[in-house]
Design a protein around this ligand. Structure first.
Ligand SMILES: [Zn+2]
Length: 250
């Protein structure tokens, strides 16, 4: 069951039995998670427990140690029911990294510096070896907005972007003015839905700002405009989304 690590940055292998064959040929997404458990050890054990039926390719401890749990060639079980840019079997086309962190339920403490240095280096290694485009380095909350909020709004996406990982633009300044929120309907809502879907979010274009859309807007804010995470599409949120789309690599 053991295997040799794919990344030269892995300090070792802790093989998880929770894995299978990938379905389809593409491997072009990198999904980041926090474990959301009180201790790294408990999380590591759960990711190896056949009864839990969860796993990830890599696990990053608070002190920056990295272990690989599933070979990159295999399908790990980290994303669950999720979608991005029309694809639904996210596990089949992604590499998943679990970051040991107690999560929102654990008070959302800042990520330790050695851990973020390790995550930055590991993600850079993976996107380079696998040629994963910047806009396809995502939070679990981006691909499952109604269910997930990891790795959370304290995750340093800007730092990763400075290291050449992911896609990020400076958030547009907060200002007053017209905005859209739960219950709104009409063409402007439809236009915003189309932009969210264009970027990759699983957002149907219905013209109705419903609870599912509020979850998508919240996920967007958590990743790209964390100054206020309220599911309200204010002008800063919309402008940031527009800037991100405009700045996408060809
Ligand atoms: Zn997750």
């Amino acid at each position: 069951m053991s295997f040799s690590a794919d990344s030269p940055l892995a300090d070792g292998v802790v093989a998880s039995p929770n894995r299978g064959a990938r379905v389809g040929g593409e491997l072009d997404l990198l999904i980041l998670h926090y474990t959301g458990m009180p201790t790294a050890q408990a999380a590591l054990e759960r990711l190896c427990d056949p009864a839990a039926e969860v796993s990830a390719h890599y696990f990053v401890f608070e002190d920056g140690r990295i272990v690989q749990m599933v070979p990159e060639s295999d399908r790990a079980w980290h994303a669950g029911a999720s979608a991005w840019a029309g694809a639904r079997d996210i596990n089949s086309r992604s590499i998943g990294i679990e970051i040991a962190h107690p999560g929102h339920a654990g008070g959302l403490p800042p990520y330790p510096e050695p851990q973020m240095a390790a995550v930055t280096a590991l993600t850079r290694d993976i996107v380079t070896r696998r040629a994963i485009p910047g806009p396809r380095v995502l939070a679990h909350s981006d691909v499952a907005p109604a269910r997930k909020e990891d790795p959370g709004e304290l995750f340093p996406w800007e730092r990763l972007a400075q290291a050449g990982v992911g896609h990020w633009v400076p958030p547009a300044p907060m200002r007053d003015g017209r905005f859209f929120a739960l219950g709104d309907t009409g063409q402007p809502v439809e236009a915003l839905q189309a932009m969210l879907a264009l970027y990759g979010y699983d957002q149907p274009v219905t013209g109705r700002f419903d609870a599912a859309m509020a979850a998508v807007v919240t996920a967007f804010q958590r990743h790209f405009r964390p100054a206020r995470i309220d599911g309200v599409a204010d002008s800063s949120t919309i402008t940031t989304l527009r800037d991100l789309i405009a700045a996408q690599p060809a």
